[in-house]
Design a protein around this ligand. Structure first.
Ligand code: ZN
Ligand code: ZN
Ligand code: ZN
Ligand code: ZN
Ligand code: ZN
Length: 205
């Protein structure tokens, strides 16, 4: 092999391709680190935009988390609960929303009153933990510990369910159910965001 073809070989896509970033001409300790690097802002940019305040995010799950935690200055009324209701209304065929009947049955809001006092504390009637104040118990009842799973993975072969859109997108981004590549997850997120913000029916991606 002459020097030229040797160089070519060293730079080719499959030479240490599991730990070499060709764009940055940089080697990584292992495939995992390279993957993290490829998923970072350096390569992904922050091109997932919040439709309400235009803040850029690296991932669809980051943008969803921003809205579901009520942190968007452009849409302060949006949170996990209100987004779930909108998706439930628009997703009539159940692409990602769990069926309406299940959803209504499971989304009874639990509110505790003084009858939860068991002599030593206010007791959660779902998991029997004790709380010192009624306020603390009611906060616990609203926490993810008791939040209902209102979404399912759009991949019919995958039975995973989620309490939040951010968790659903996180699942898709991890490619753990092999439903789609990262690029497609971004496309799905854009499409879903368009359908939600224009109040259109949610259709198959
Ligand atoms: Zn790179
Ligand atoms: Zn957070
Ligand atoms: Zn925002
Ligand atoms: Zn509980
Ligand atoms: Zn899945």
């Amino acid at each position: 092999m002459d020097q030229n073809s040797c160089n070519q070989h060293m730079q080719s896509a499959d030479h240490f391709s599991d730990r070499y970033c060709r764009e940055c001409k940089k080697y990584f300790q292992n495939a995992h680190n390279l993957r993290q690097h490829l998923n970072s802002r350096t390569h992904r940019g922050s091109d997932v935009k919040c439709p309400f305040c235009n803040t850029g995010f690296v991932t669809p799950s980051g943008a969803s988390h921003h809205l579901e935690t009520g942190s968007c200055p452009g849409a302060p009324r949006l949170n996990r609960e209100s987004i779930a209701r909108v998706v439930q209304r628009l997703d009539t065929t159940g692409v990602i929303a769990k069926k309406q009947i299940e959803w209504h049955e499971q989304n009874v809001e639990y509110v505790a009153n003084s009858s939860s006092w068991n002599g030593s504390g206010y007791e959660c009637y779902l998991c029997h933990r004790n709380y010192r104040t009624l306020l603390a118990l009611n906060q616990h009842l609203k926490s993810p510990a008791h939040a209902q799973k209102v979404y399912h993975c759009p991949n019919r072969g995958c039975a995973k369910e989620f309490t939040a859109l951010a968790a659903l997108f996180n699942h898709l981004e991890s490619e753990s159910c092999r439903f789609m590549r990262f690029e497609n997850v971004q496309r799905v997120h854009r499409q879903l965001t368009d359908q939600i913000t224009s109040n259109r029916r949610i259709t198959l991606f």
